[in-house]
Write a protein that binds this ligand. Structure first.
Ligand SMILES: NC(=O)c1ccc[n+]([C@@H]2O[C@H](COP(=O)([O-])OP(=O)(O)OC[C@H]3O[C@@H](n4cnc5c(N)ncnc54)[C@H](O)[C@@H]3O)[C@@H](O)[C@H]2O)c1
Length: 389
């Protein structure tokens, strides 16, 4: 298997979570990390044999570096991605890929000009249950998909946050940060070609202002329709509707869920965030990840997640399909990245796909402001044949 030397940029919650997956994948070698906070960088380097840099620019000089994973704050993605693409590196960038469509378009154009891979991930459409839902839909046994409804209720707004993470103009708030998961899931399951979006976003905790909830309705060109509901204010958890299983596949009954308390100052909040980043995303889990509840309705039946995989409801009743838990969502991202780099298989979650997801996030916010439907122009179709799960 071709060995790809990869560097990780940004060692927060997202960046750290990819390190075990990189070490596990035989086609990647963790060559370098870039992180300006010295203590964070040093702690990572005591555990792993890689070179450390204080900036992306310095890391890009690392001899033999083939690819980079950008896990810096969203508002920094465009600058960091364009720098890496200009050096001819393959790039995996965290979602949302940017805060503005023009930045995402520039990233797509730069990757194409450089002839390298630009992938956007991780997002929860990489999760095995979602991939399996897509496989059942495209297999045709349940007929055409007509509705997808996805609900997620979390405490996202009350976790420790940097100020920019609550500012939509910097890619913050739940519509950019969490809608990017939901719209990706919906677009994959409904075939990708969304036609319009109507949405309402909410900012109802003035002590912690930012978009904290939304409800969005998506219309698709082939007649399918979907809704995405997200509430990040933390009173009700959609784990109560999902067998108590968390976003990362851990069993978390109500008494085991963390109680949030706001920090006294932005500095204290940053420290709390850095501390939380060490354990926020586990390396593996005994259950499938549950990003809220997603219910797919096809002409001949319905699909939703079960504790072990999926429940498929049809004329024959309810059948459970079990799915393996040996691969984490990040293992699946790296598999797609490696396949795209080596030419083994084209990427689904490429820059164009990420741009189309970002367009839905931006459209939801502008629809809420205008009270109108927003027509979409950047949508692309999902490939009909995907690797079998
Ligand atoms: N896919 C997921 O499940 C998931 C989960 C969390 C975050 N994210 C995404 O990952 C990105 C980062 O989020 P996070 O919560 O990990 O943020 P974070 O604040 O925890 O971490 C960001 C890290 O980047 C570092 N950094 C800041 N400026 C830098 C620079 N110029 N060069 C290199 N490093 C720099 C910071 O010091 C910090 O360690 C966001 O875009 C977010 O949407 C994705």
């Amino acid at each position: 298997m071709a060995l790809v030397n990869i560097g990780v940029v940004g060692l927060g919650a997202a960046g750290r979570a990819f390190v075990p997956a990189i070490l596990k994948h035989p086609g990647f070698r963790l060559a370098a990390v870039a992180e300006p906070v010295e203590a964070t960088r040093a702690e990572m380097l005591t555990r792993h044999d890689a070179s450390g840099y204080a900036s992306v620019a310095a890391m890009l000089e690392h001899p033999g570096l083939d690819a980079v994973y950008i896990a810096t704050p969203t508002d920094l993605h465009p600058g960091h991605v364009l720098l890496a693409l200009a050096e001819g590196k393959h790039v995996l960038v965290e979602k949302p890929m940017a805060a503005e469509l023009s930045q995402a378009r520039a990233m797509v154009a730069a990757a194409s000009a450089a002839g390298v891979v630009l992938l956007v991930g991780h997002s929860h459409s990489y999760d095995l249950p979602i991939k399996k839902m897509r496989e059942i839909i495209t297999g045709g046994t349940l007929g055409s998909v007509r509705m997808v409804n996805t609900w997620c209720f979390t405490d996202w707004m009350h976790r420790p946050r940097r100020i920019e993470e609550l500012d939509a103009s910097q890619g913050g708030g739940v519509t950019y940060r969490q809608g990017s998961h939901q719209f990706d899931i919906i677009r994959l399951l409904c075939g990708g070609m969304a036609k319009s979006v109507r949405a309402k976003t909410f900012d109802w905790d003035k002590k912690r202002s930012g978009i904290g909830a939304h409800v969005a309705y998506l219309d698709f060109v082939d007649g399918a329709a979907a809704t995405a509901v997200y509430n990040g204010y933390g009173r009700f958890s959609s784990m109560d509707l999902g067998f108590d299983v968390s976003e990362w596949g851990l069993m978390q009954p109500p008494q085991d869920r963390p109680q949030r308390q706001h920090c006294a100052s932005p500095e204290a909040e940053l420290l709390a965030k850095q501390l939380r980043a060490k354990t926020a995303i586990p390396e593996g889990a005994p259950y499938q990840p549950f990003f809220g509840v997603t219910l797919v309705s096809c002409e001949g039946g319905d699909i939703r997640q079960s504790p072990k995989g999926l429940f498929v409801y049809s004329e024959e009743g309810r059948v459970e399909i079990e799915l393996p838990t040996k691969c984490s969502p990040r293992d699946l991202v790296l598999a797609e990245f490696h396949d795209a780099i080596t030419g083994a298989a084209p990427a689904l979650h490429d820059g164009r796909w990420g741009l189309a997801n970002l367009e839905v996030c931006a459209a939801a916010i502008s629809s809420s402001a205008s009270g109108q439907d927003v027509l979409l122009k950047e949508q692309i179709a999902a490939p009909s044949g995907m690797a079998r799960v």
